[in-house]
Design a protein around this ligand. Structure first.
Ligand code: BDR
Ligand code: CA
Length: 313
């Protein structure tokens, strides 16, 4: 089967970086047409630089585009207290050779969707500003979107940035509202799933044993990423949120999902960014989202480790 054409829209972020590596390691299944970046974990100037660094480390030729520097309506919120001031603390920063493309990420998304690929799957692992802006700017792209596989939201887990909201949805709830209601197939990987894929010491050690530059960078980043979440959740490792999206495209059988309505709170001061998941179908609202609610965590790490092992020493 021909590989699925994808665009990863991200805000690296250690876990975004691992999602990029997982996709780059999987060319038989995924054709990475481009990487678009958005302000999120750290400002745009750092997310685009970090994405280019990952291309250098993995020797990927995927083009990198910078997108929106702030959410559609709200002020930017970032997360240096989790990811460090570079966004990818845990590895040394360098000036990448991978160039930044001149085109704005939103225009790249639009042009690619209207181009010669029959359909393209979008994988947003940061705030949804770029994707929503592209949909608003040119709704003709909609039929060309095969699926949108998003890291964002929470139901049973509650929020990680406010009591109600997961970070990516909180940063730009208006964009999330546009994307979740765009009418295209959407799969949502929320905290209910991502909090189950903990990067325990044994799992990270198995990646470290691969001894290639991509695995080394992954271990470096995860070692830093650990410190905040293990204290916060008293857990044995940090949740590897963003790679769940790519893993879903590679091995959907690792996940349990249910089609239900998901709505985003955009107005309440208290609960902005909350994803109201109608898991038990108690409303007659349209079932707009394939909501992921369980994952085979060992299977996920087996996949990740096997794929990272494909990079040369
Ligand atoms: C999400 O927020 C960011 O901190 C991570 O990169 C992930 O995309 C988890 O809430
Ligand atoms: Ca992210």
């Amino acid at each position: 089967m021909a590989p699925r054409s994808i665009i990863i829209d991200c805000d690296p972020g250690q876990d975004d970086a691992v999602a990029l590596f997982l996709a780059m390691a999987s060319p038989d299944e995924l054709e990475l047409l481009g990487i678009t970046t958005v302000a999120g974990n750290v400002p745009l100037a750092l997310t685009e630089r970090n994405a280019r660094m990952m291309c250098d480390i993995a020797k990927s030729s995927a083009p990198v585009f910078a997108g929106c520097a702030k959410p559609m309506l709200r002020d930017a919120i970032s997360a240096e207290y989790i990811h460090g001031e570079t966004g990818i603390n845990g590895i040394d920063v360098f000036e990448p050779e991978t160039p930044l493309q001149d085109q704005h990420a939103v225009d790249f998304i639009i042009d690619t969707l209207l181009g010669d690929k029959v359909t393209v799957t979008l994988i947003p692992t940061g705030p949804l500003t770029n994707i929503a802006t592209a949909i608003k700017k040119n709704p003709e792209i909609l039929p060309r979107i095969e699926e949108i596989v998003i890291m964002g939201g929470a139901m049973r887990e509650g929020g990680n940035r406010t009591p109600s909201a997961e970070f990516n949805i909180l940063v730009d709830p208006h964009a999330a509202d546009v994307v979740l209601n765009c009418g295209r197939p959407i799969t949502l990987m929320g905290l209910d799933v991502t909090h189950r894929v903990l990067s325990t010491e044994e799992r990270v050690a198995r990646i470290g044993a691969l001894n290639n530059p991509v695995a080394d960078a992954t271990v470096g980043m995860l070692s830093f990423f650990h410190r905040y979440d293990t204290e916060k959740y008293s857990s044995q490792g940090t949740p590897l949120h963003d790679p769940c999206t790519v893993a879903y495209l590679l091995q959907p059988e690792l996940f349990k999902t249910k089609c239900c309505n998901v709505a985003v709170e955009t107005e309440s001061e208290l609960t902005t960014g909350h994803t109201a998941v109608d898991f038990w179908h108690v409303t007659d609202r349209t079932r707009n989202v394939n909501w992921a609610y369980d994952i085979d965590a060992d299977g996920f790490y087996a996949l990740l480790t096997e794929r990272l092992g494909r990079f040369p020493l």
